[in-house]
Ligand binder design. Sequence first.
Ligand SMILES: Cc1cc2nc3c(=O)[nH]c(=O)nc-3n(C[C@H](O)[C@H](O)[C@H](O)COP(=O)(O)OP(=O)(O)OC[C@H]3O[C@@H](n4cnc5c(N)ncnc54)[C@H](O)[C@@H]3O)c2cc1C
Length: 406
Amino acid sequence: MNLKFFDIVIVGAGPAGGHCARILAKSGRKVLLAEQNDTFDKNDFSSAATPLETLSQFNLPESVVGSCWHKLTIETSKVSQTWESPKNLGVVLNFAKFREFLASEVQGNGSEVWLGCRYTGHSQANGETIVQFKQLSDGQSIKVSTKVLVDATGFARAIMYDKENEKPDFLSGTGIEYLIEVEPEIYNKYANDLIFFLGDKWMPKGYSWIFPMEQNRLKVGAGRIFLDPKTVKSLEPLKKYIDLLIDEYLKSKNYTIIDKHGSTLKYSQGLQDIYYKDNIIAIGDTVSTVNFLGGEGIRHGMDCAQIAGKYIEKYLDGKISDFRDYEIQMHHKFDKKWDISERLAVRKYIDDVNDQLTDRAISYLKYMKTEDVMDILFYYKFEKIHRGFGGYLSRKFKGLINKFQL
Ligand SMILES: Cc1cc2nc3c(=O)[nH]c(=O)nc-3n(C[C@H](O)[C@H](O)[C@H](O)COP(=O)(O)OP(=O)(O)OC[C@H]3O[C@@H](n4cnc5c(N)ncnc54)[C@H](O)[C@@H]3O)c2cc1C
């Protein structure tokens, strides 16, 4: 049987898979990007807030932007703090349009995108890899052959692990989000503000958010870590905290729910994921590029895709025989910052930082400049926390800060 041949088969058209396919297709490689969902409107799960630099760093057009924000607000049980800038600080991407754009660039450069196509397995034959898919529309099985197979299936890690019990230990979390349409006066109030809610009043053991989108639309969501059943029993379902934001914070009486979506994050503690196996390489959330403290993963997944793309090219050109150096570069880039974020996440979401301490921490951060708050939240420059705490809370956090050598 003559199988269709590709230089690279990438499974999963999320930010990591889409961007990796885009780079490799642009450099003239024959790529297949395969995705199990049949449209990008399905699986539109991500809140997709990101700093402004993401657009220029990854050459993204304005058409994928849902809104721009120049304010950052943190609400705790008792404290409300806003930092502002005269210039835009970031954007909220339209996650469906964004992934669709990446896929369109793959096609525009002569490569292929197959939607509604689920990866079901692979085998090795004569130095090449045979990849098997199930076409979801008619259940038909399709096989292709490739030199490099990329696992970009996000938290599912569908290719790298044959069995569930082979996977490393994960910190897992889940988030649910509503896209709602609100009254214009409510939208205008929050149109440029990225708002996070911490603390027991709004979202115990996690955080919730309101992000602006296109005209009159807001993303309202809540997320928390997976906890033991006893703790979960004492908490309300996530939906309750979303309703709380709409009813008590936005005070919207006539909103319409446009879409409800959500997903899971599975982050390997200590970055113990498998990065490659023979000619198979894993990228994005499959190797825990999401920052578990804030749940921000889009630009990190794309960054990883760019690094992987470089090694895939070298592999195809016969300059390297495995992806060991890719794994080394990834650890070099992520290990230290992700280790600190992971420990802070465990402390905040599992060990449970006392609610008053959260209130006080945020009230002390008010003395910080907007750039410094951005540096802490989006660039993980935790050493700046010292300055914001002005001495008082740094004493309270001393043990933690010393431990992590911030
Ligand atoms: C509720 C929520 C809110 C978030 N908000 C933000 C945010 O505001 N900003 C931010 O930067 N990050 C955010 N993130 C994180 C970010 O969305 C992820 O880190 C990012 O999407 C990871 O990209 P990825 O390409 O690695 O994986 P994914 O985006 O998960 O893509 C994996 C793709 O693989 C496909 N797939 C899986 N299995 C198969 C299979 N067997 N065959 C074919 N296809 C398959 C899936 O359908 C999916 O499309 C959020 C995450 C959640 C859950």
